[in-house]
Ligand binder design. Structure first.
Ligand code: ATP
Ligand code: MG
Length: 249
């Protein structure tokens, strides 16, 4: 099973240091880890650093991976090549770093991924003609189709309607369990993080200020200190934790 641990990881844009020595416990395949923190905290920067798009100090320790490139990354914003269809876009992502010849397995993987994300019907559509939410699901498909062992998703639900938000997060949780996939997902909806993630790491101004089980990390104190909101977490009539936002703190 794949494991990931960050050890004193730093990242810079030019001379400006964005991440200050981020160290985490050992994460492993099967887990869904929420990456939380306010705007400009460094979430996207951390993903870029882990994926190798940014250099810096410290170590990214990956062990137990089957592939030589086990990580896939879905960026927060995706540049689209408007000439391609949805199917072609996802197939092209699948072929990245592989052979030149498309195999039946590649096509099956594209079909399965489109099906998992409920976008099979969009296959022939031009990627440039999609709605924002449709495009976001295609972007997720591009990452998922590569059958990663570690999947980094930067706010994958920000453009989705309510049904698709919880649908997507449920699929993620199931795939993490079924494929022993380690998912790290940046989210702004802490209610979703409470319900759909196992672990949570909280960034604040480039530092890791909390890390642990989501239901232990996401507390009214955290919401006040990190996000500046007064909030309650109560048990709903079904016994699940429910996040209620009262006011700005
Ligand atoms: N390409 C860049 N060049 C220089 N500075 C950058 C660049 N990208 C981001 N930054 C800065 O780095 C800091 C962290 O940004 P980052 O995008 O990682 O935040 P974030 O936590 O993902 O925020 P959000 O929730 O708004 O997506 C911010 O101060 C931002 O202005
Ligand atoms: Mg970001």
């Amino acid at each position: 099973m794949v494991t990931l641990q960050l050890d004193r990881l730093t990242a810079y844009y030019g001379r400006r240091q964005i991440l200050s020595e981020i160290s985490t416990p050992l994460f492993h395949g099967g887990q869904v880890v929420a990456l939380l923190g306010p705007n400009a905290a460094g979430k996207s920067t951390l993903f870029r650093r882990i994926f190798g798009l940014l250099q810096g100090g410290g170590d990214i320790r990956i062990e137990g991976a089957k592939a030589s490139r086990p990580i896939c990354y879905m960026p927060q914003e995706n540049a689209v090549n408007a000439v391609l269809s949805v199917y072609e876009t996802v197939l092209l992502a699948r072929m990245q770093g592989r052979r030149l010849k498309v195999t039946p397995e590649d096509l099956a993987q594209v079909d399965q991924t489109l099906d998992e994300l409920g976008i099979t019907a969009l296959g022939k559509r031009n990627i440039g003609d999609l709605s924002g939410g449709q495009r976001q699901l295609v972007s997720a498909a591009q990452a998922l189709v590569q059958a990663p062992e570690i999947l980094l998703l930067d706010e994958p639900t920000s453009a989705l309607d309510l049904n698709r938000q919880i649908g997507f997060l449920s699929v993620l949780r199931r795939l993490a369990a079924e494929r022993r996939l380690l998912v790290m997902v940046a989210l702004h909806d802490l209610g979703h993080a409470l319900r759909y993630t196992d672990q949570a790491m909280v960034l604040q101004d480039g530092r890791l200020t909390a890390c642990g089980q989501s239901n232990e990390v996401i507390t009214p104190e955290l919401l006040r200190q990190v996000y500046g909101v007064a909030a309650r977490i109560e048990s709903c009539s079904k016994g699940r934790p429910l996040l209620i936002l009262d006011d700005v703190a």
